[in-house]
Design a protein around this ligand. Structure first.
Ligand code: NDP
Ligand SMILES: O=C(O)C1=N[C@H](C(=O)O)C[C@H](O)C1
Length: 254
């Protein structure tokens, strides 16, 4: 049985992962958080000692904040342990840190650990490859009122899939945060819109729109356990991988 450690243990996802791991009888060894207070499970206190957690775990799961990523990666490198990163709102500087870490340890980074979203991404890539750039692509997401980053990591994952299908670079083609006199939509652009409210666990819709018709495909997360189950499955898969950077495709066989 592998031992799992959780970075961001007191958060919504940290708690969901601890619950799924405990219910499944998996080897949860502990968790860390900014404050380091409370318990992740009966008899397992949350601490701030990320180095000790990395040493004690076979694999680490990180659902925290981008600002903590560098320290978490350093601890995993020092302990030579794999890490699954679910934290979103990552900037290019964070992706560069992940690329560097992946030279020495296995790192899985994904904006969404659920099977449904990763299958949706494969469908989006296929649709984008089959439709010309007279089909406008728009990605709409809605999340709970506490979410701090936009567009969501999932929306970006879906945007990357669409861009891959089209053979273009997302960074050069994305349109975000339209407001005021924006001018007409750019041909070939991939647009993003983010809604926030209530307790929505995560809704994503990808719209392909052309003159006279529209294709809409999407995914609705009904609760966080789908992300937690995917994260644990990913962590179990990651312990057997060599150093490198991975996403959920290998885990889910997509
Ligand atoms: N990839 C996926 O499938 C999914 C990704 N996510 C992403 O996971 C992340 C966490 O989401 P969620 O659990 O809802 O958020 P929460 O805010 O509930 O949890 C984040 C946790 O990280 C802790 N934290 C904050 N700063 C630090 C720090 N410097 N060092 C260590 N821990 C810190 C927070 O502690 P404190 O409360 O003290 O600030 C909190 O416990 C988000 O980026 C979210 O988008 C969410 C769901 C699925
Ligand atoms: O913050 C959340 O809650 C979620 N974040 C991830 C994202 O940014 O896409 C995944 C999921 O949609 C829930």
């Amino acid at each position: 049985m592998i031992s799992i450690g959780i970075f961001g243990a007191a958060g919504r996802m940290g708690q969901a992962i601890a619950t799924v791991a405990t219910d499944a009888g998996l080897g949860l060894v502990g968790g860390t958080d900014r404050a380091g207070s409370g318990d992740i499970a009966p008899g397992l206190p949350i601490t701030t000692d990320i180095a000790a957690l990395a040493q004690a775990s076979d694999v680490l799961i990180d659902f925290s904040v981008p600002g903590a990523l560098s320290a978490h990666l350093d601890a995993c490198i020092a302990a030579h342990k794999p890490i699954l990163i679910g934290t979103t709102g990552l900037e290019p500087v964070h992706h560069a840190l992940i690329d560097q870490a992946a030279l020495v340890i296995p790192v899985l980074q994904t904006g969404n650990t659920s099977l449904g979203v990763n299958l949706l991404a494969a469908l989006v890539e296929q649709a984008a490859a089959g439709l010309g750039d007279d089909w406008d692509i728009e990605i709409v997401e809605m999340h709970h009122r506490h979410k701090v980053d936009a567009p969501s990591g999932t929306a970006l994952l879906l945007g990357e899939a669409a861009a891959r299908g089209r053979g273009i670079d997302l960074a050069d083609h994305s349109e975000r945060g339209r407001d005021g006199i924006t001018g007409a939509r750019g041909k070939g652009a991939i647009g993003f819109a983010a809604l926030r409210g209530g307790s929505v666990a995560g809704d994503h819709q990808v719209i392909f729109a052309t003159e006279g018709e529209r294709i809409e495909i999407g995914h609705r997360a009904e609760n966080r356990s789908i992300f937690a189950r995917g994260a644990i499955k990913g962590a179990q898969w990651l312990v057997d991988q060599p150093a490198g950077r991975y996403d959920m495709k290998g885990v889910l066989g997509l």
